[in-house]
Ligand binder design. Structure first.
Ligand code: UDP
Ligand code: MG
Length: 312
């Protein structure tokens, strides 16, 4: 199979049939063998009924989550079911143009990219979205060392082994290129894509808190990549440094008290600083141990917790 097209959706009933028809008309002309995988992220409108009826066409699969868990989990489930040599993700709201698919496919197959991310250079969204997004992309570029302009673009193409190597949860879909790089897939390209205005329904990502959450997620990903497999390397080091500072202060105060016979140790603020450093140092060290215990007991796969109904 040439292509798997993964489409996460939450309350997008008006767009779904139009999108499926658009994809068919682009890909059938080019004789691609492909599948479309719709993942209904717990919609409360009739999106599920619509995609279920679309499964009468043999190359469409529909999967439904029990409740609205988030775009990342929906994509993750799509990745699990994908079979095409190239995997394309796109939003369900008709903002991404299916005419971009063939060029993205060629960049993976012929140019050898692991991942190609769309760039909505001329983005047709309100200014409350576009300006903060620029800031967020700049911060992500700086922290990740990946020179993309539009990390969170819904339209992306991957080779199959990339999607099988990454695990998405929470709101991590914003950082897929970074996760791919961490997994060893660093041939990451970019393509300027045609972006369209939302015609039906409304954005699911309008709140301002998505930027603070997004930056916190970026810090978590970078932290996990660096220390996720060896938390003791961070906490143990900080703990020892902190404890030693406290210990030196305590030793100095003991010296002034016992040898120089100066004032009472507890009268000096330095005494409390020394105590604090030793206590915090010990706690940091113990956090490192706890981290090591937790990663060794981590369950391998969380996917079982999601209910799936495939194409009935
Ligand atoms: N989406 C989803 N689960 C959610 C929120 C959004 O599957 O909890 C889907 C949504 O239906 C759309 C895509 O993710 O297909 C992108 O969402 P949206 O268009 O609202 O984001 P925007 O383009 O405004 O950034
Ligand atoms: Mg959209």
């Amino acid at each position: 199979m040439h292509l798997s097209i993964i489409i996460p959706l939450f309350n997008e009933s008006e767009s779904l049939k139009i999108l499926a028809d658009e994809i068919h008309s682009v890909l059938n002309d080019l004789n691609y063998v492909y599948e479309i995988i719709f993942i209904d992220d717990g919609s409360t409108d009739n999106s599920w009924d619509i995609i279920r009826s679309l499964t009468s066409e043999t190359n469409i699969k529909a999967i439904r989550l029990k409740k609205n868990i988030g775009k990342s989990t929906a994509l993750d489930l799509g990745f699990l079911h994908a079979n095409g040599k190239v995997v394309i993700t796109m939003d369900a709201d008709l903002q991404d143009d299916p005419h971009e698919i063939p060029a993205l496919y060629n960049m993976i197959i012929n140019d050898g990219y692991d991942l190609v991310s769309g760039w909505k250079k001329n983005r047709l969204d309100p200014i409350s979205k576009t300006i903060p997004t620029k800031l967020y992309n700049w911060a992500t570029r700086m922290m990740s060392g990946i020179s993309l302009h539009d990390f969170n673009c819904g339209l992306k193409a991957y080779s199959l082994d990339v999607v099988k190597a990454i695990k998405l949860s929470g709101e991590m879909h914003r950082y897929i290129p970074l996760l791919a790089k961490h997994a060893g897939y660093d041939k990451i390209g970019e393509k300027i894509i045609h972006h369209r205005k939302r015609t039906y329904g409304e954005t699911k990502y309008g709140g301002w808190n998505r930027f603070s959450n997004g930056l916190l997620d970026l810090i978590s990903i970078s932290f996990l990549h660096k220390f996720g497999k060896a938390p003791m390397h961070l906490f143990g080091f900080l703990g020892i440094v902190c404890f030693l500072i406290g210990f030196v202060i305590a030793a100095y105060l003991t010296y002034t008290k016992i040898i120089l016979l100066q004032f009472n140790m507890t009268d000096r603020p330095l005494f409390y600083l020394g105590m604090l450093c030793m206590i915090i140092g010990t706690q940091l060290f113990l956090s490192g141990f706890l981290g090591e215990l937790i990663i060794r007991n981590k369950p391998a796969n969380h996917v079982d917790k999601i209910s799936q109904k495939i194409g009935f």
